[in-house]
Ligand binder design. Structure first.
Ligand code: UDP
Ligand code: MG
Length: 319
């Protein structure tokens, strides 16, 4: 059984040596000799490309995909899955927040449960701010309330996926991929694995609140059409409110006349708001369609190391 370990890297020079060593150690000490370590260099501007070059030259099991620029974490992870050739694959962050030492335990659970996915659930999240944990929880609660396919809470990318899931992922035709969402969406038997999420080994987080907010919107708009329905419901509600107001205005004409300008302004602002909100929601979906019809790839590869032919030739030409 061949094991792929997929690691997206963006400016991770402080941690990479340790990451590579720890992954290799755990694979070697558990007799998992048939393996590949697939690093995706997401347009790093520090010493990351050089380090990866060194690893790949020393060890043929280290494979590297260099992007032509920074395309983001999602694109890097997607590229890793699309190029992996293992029977099972692990998604791991470069910063060692998800300890590679858990790989054997996850394989054991995968075997025992005969599952297709073993996804890591964070029992605790060391070194993350209270605000980040709270907003993440609130977001998933909200998302699950409106989404058809609920996502597990406190789950990141850290997971084991087997060949069935890898094959389905490679067949997906979407341009913009939100990896962990799609890996939940494909279905099959998915089993949680509880673990303690560590502090970042070194370096700093590549996500800021602006990026996280953008990511949240992307998830909502690419996995559920509920906002469109909400817009419709909001429109219907405001029509009803305006009819009631009309009635009120008509009746009050005979009792105590309303001051004209205040009520007019309030109504104009209210409906202006409703209309802009609705247009905004439609706009988000049009933006997604726009991205898809352009058929631009999600990422561009500059160079492949120790990786001659991508597993699915047809797809690699298009992506
Ligand atoms: N990453 C990436 N491209 C980016 C941003 C991040 O490949 O544009 C990688 C990064 O190197 C790390 C993983 O994605 O391996 C998770 O990033 P980070 O640790 O900064 O996120 P956090 O754990 O703070 O959410
Ligand atoms: Mg991290």
């Amino acid at each position: 059984m061949k094991i792929s370990v997929i690691v997206p890297c963006y400016n991770e020079q402080e941690v990479l040596r340790e990451t590579c060593r720890r992954i290799k150690d755990v694979l070697a000490s558990n007799g998992l000799t048939d393996h590949e370590m697939l690093f995706v260099n997401d347009g790093s501007t520090d010493g990351t490309p050089l380090l990866l070059r060194e690893f790949a030259e020393r060890d043929r099991a280290v494979k590297v995909i260099h992007f032509s620029r920074n395309f983001g974490h999602e694109a890097a992870t997607a590229a890793g899955i699309q190029h992996c050739s293992g029977d099972i694959a692990f998604l791991l962050d470069a910063d060692l927040q998800d300890p590679p030492e858990l790989i054997p335990e996850m394989i054991a659970l995968w075997r025992k449960e005969k599952s297709n996915v073993v996804y890591g659930v964070r029992k605790s999240r060391e070194g993350e701010t209270f605000l980040k944990k709270l907003t993440s929880k609130l977001f998933y609660r909200f998302f699950n309330a409106i989404s058809d396919v609920p996502f597990p809470i406190d789950t990141g990318d850290f997971r084991l996926i087997d060949h069935k899931v890898i094959a389905e992922f490679k067949r997906l035709g979407e341009r913009k991929m939100y990896v962990r969402g799609l890996l939940t969406w494909v279905g099959f038997k998915q089993i949680p694995f509880f673990y303690e999420r560590q502090k970042r080994f070194a370096g700093t987080t590549k996500y800021n609140y602006r990026k996280l907010l953008r990511l949240s919107f992307d998830i909502i708009f690419s996995f559920t059409k509920r906002p469109l329905k909400l817009a419709l419901e909001l429109g219907a509600a405001s029509v009803i409110i305006s009819l009631l107001l009309l009635l009120y205005a008509f009746v009050s004409r005979f009792i105590a006349p309303l001051p004209g300008w205040a009520s007019t302004i309030i109504i104009i602002i209210f409906f202006g708001g409703v209309q802009l909100l609705t247009i905004g929601v439609i706009g988000e979906y049009i933006a997604i369609i726009f991205d898809e019809v352009k058929r631009r790839p999600q990422y561009i590869i500059d160079e492949l190391m120790n990786l001659d032919a991508p597993v699915d030739k047809d797809r690699s030409n298009r992506r």
